[in-house]
Design a protein around this ligand. Structure first.
Ligand code: CU
Length: 142
């Protein structure tokens, strides 16, 4: 019997953990839209999966391509105008759930960009989670 098959059987019957080596937090689809060189700021989007049994929170973001990086949320005010606000308490990532930062919602604001947000460029991004710690990913500009 192969080890992999045995692991699957144990997993099915709840005898062993199914994904013992999987990181608690998985970050994917990290990207940013192209921004003209003269623009001061850039923006990043991504997806966060919490594979663990415990809630977590994205508390800080930073990038060598930004003077400052901040977690923001886009919202519509009472006059129907779009604005955005800084998420002072970070972003809650419930146990077992996926949180998506995407156009018109949550995003990472790159204030005072120092990197070129040109198609094909890759910009490193560090994410700090309250429980899972720091994770570095690369945003693809397209
Ligand atoms: Cu913003």
């Amino acid at each position: 019997m192969s080890q992999r098959w045995l692991a699957a059987v144990l997993c099915i019957f709840g005898i062993a953990a199914c994904q013992p080596n999987r990181a608690p937090i998985e970050v994917s689809e990290v990207w940013g839209p192209e921004v003209p060189a003269v623009a001061q700021n850039g923006i990043f989007y991504l997806q966060i999966r919490n594979h663990s049994q415990a809630d977590d929170r994205l508390v800080a973001v930073q990038s060598p391509g930004c003077t400052t990086a901040e977690l923001h949320e886009t919202y519509e005010n009472e006059h129907g105008l779009m604005g955005m606000r800084y998420l002072a308490d970070g972003l809650f990532i419930p146990a077992g759930e996926t949180v998506t930062l995407d156009v018109g919602g949550f995003h990472i604001m790159c204030l005072g960009k120092t990197a070129e947000f040109r198609a094909g460029e890759h910009i490193p991004l560090s994410l700090t989670f309250a429980a899972a710690g720091e994770l570095t990913v690369e945003a693809e500009i397209h």
